[in-house]
Design a protein around this ligand. Structure first.
Ligand SMILES: Cc1cc2nc3c(=O)[nH]c(=O)nc-3n(C[C@H](O)[C@H](O)[C@H](O)COP(=O)(O)OP(=O)(O)OC[C@H]3O[C@@H](n4cnc5c(N)ncnc54)[C@H](O)[C@@H]3O)c2cc1C
Length: 300
């Protein structure tokens, strides 16, 4: 009998496997078609076994965090998505915090802030995982992961486990070594944080939460900012000035609250979202001769 890939993965016995995954449940845009399968490896040994199998079977794969920066189209993602939910270890040792790549950033930032650690306040509104945040060098309020990550543990393309230091990670504005080397998988990160005044930390978080609620369309599905800010300006300002606020494409719309957010207002497809984003990018180039860089990722 010829086994299909899902059966072969199940035979490995390395963690939960789901077949025909509806991607609207795994992306914050609530858009996307179906993926062949999704696997939740129990540990790094299982993860390595899985990758060996997928490579030998020539099946494409991708790590997915909270899907809070991803756009899938409405067809079939003919591959396997790997979710590191079980990589959720957390060790707090003085200033050094070691955390699994699948740990949720908001949960970590809130938990550490409440016990007086300062440095992660910027992350309390970013709905990704640690792995996704390192990959994106997620940040806000002039801070980002690059300021606090001292090292990470990765699985290398030749399937060894290795440490990369902050310097190796080459963090820049919404950019990191991992983005340029997507064959590396982050399985754990070590952060360096300091102790501060709990009341001040919680006050700052509360102020920023209120500012986010007032300025961002958090009541709709989105993936946060669509474009990186160009040097010395704001993408949102340019998009608003170009008249895009409220512009619709199928079920996707440029938010009227914040022009750098595309929101899913009515069962938007990934294609709707992509079309709108590319239209904005083209118009801004024609109007201002500025090449807006897309922060979100179209998954093929
Ligand atoms: C309401 C809202 C507000 C947001 N605000 C901000 C903000 O203020 N600042 C900001 O920077 N972003 C923001 N974002 C965007 C998003 O949350 C970040 O980019 C986040 O870091 C993505 O993490 P994720 O786990 O969801 O990654 P995903 O979107 O699932 O994946 C993103 C990329 O990372 C890769 N990846 C994920 N995990 C790993 C891993 N373990 N190893 C290697 N590669 C990996 C994936 O393969 C993919 O290429 C916002 C999003 C939303 C919906």
């Amino acid at each position: 009998m010829i086994m299909n890939i899902i059966e072969k993965i199940k035979e490995l016995n390395i963690g939960e496997v789901i077949e025909n995954v509806n991607l609207t449940s795994y992306t914050t845009y609530r858009a996307g078609g179906t993926a062949l399968g999704m696997v939740f490896p129990d540990d790094e040994i299982g993860l390595i076994e899985l990758i060996k199998l997928l490579r030998s079977e020539n099946i494409k794969y991708k790590i997915i965090g909270r899907g809070s920066n991803l756009i899938f189209n409405s067809g079939l993602y003919n591959g396997i998505l790997i979710k590191l939910d079980h990589f959720d270890n957390l060790v707090i040792d003085g200033n050094e915090i070691t955390v699994g790549a699948g740990y949720q950033l908001i949960k970590l930032a809130t938990r550490l802030s409440r016990i007086g650690y300062t440095g992660l306040e910027f992350a309390t509104g970013i709905p990704g995982t640690i792995g996704g945040a390192v990959f994106m060098n997620a940040g806000a309020y002039k801070s980002d992961m690059g300021y606090i990550v001292s090292k990470i543990k990765v699985i290398t393309p030749d399937l060894r486990i290795k440490e990369l230091t902050n310097r190796d990670l080459d963090f820049h504005y919404r950019s990191s070594f991992l983005q340029k080397h997507p064959d590396y998988i982050c399985i754990e990160a070590t952060l360096l944080l300091h102790k501060g005044d709990v009341d001040e930390i919680m006050q700052l978080i509360d102020d920023r939460r209120k500012r986010r609620i007032a300025s961002q369309p958090l009541e709709y599905p989105s993936a946060g900012s669509v474009f990186r800010n160009p040097e010395g300006d704001y993408a949102g300002r340019l998009i608003e000035e170009a008249g895009f606020k409220g512009k619709k494409e199928g079920g996707a719309m440029v938010s009227t609250k914040h022009a750098n957010f595309v929101i899913n207002v009515d069962h938007a497809t990934g294609e709707d979202i992509k079309k709108l984003i590319l239209d904005i990018q083209k118009t801004i180039k024609e109007k201002y001769n500025i090449e807006l860089k897309i922060e979100q990722e179209f998954v093929e």
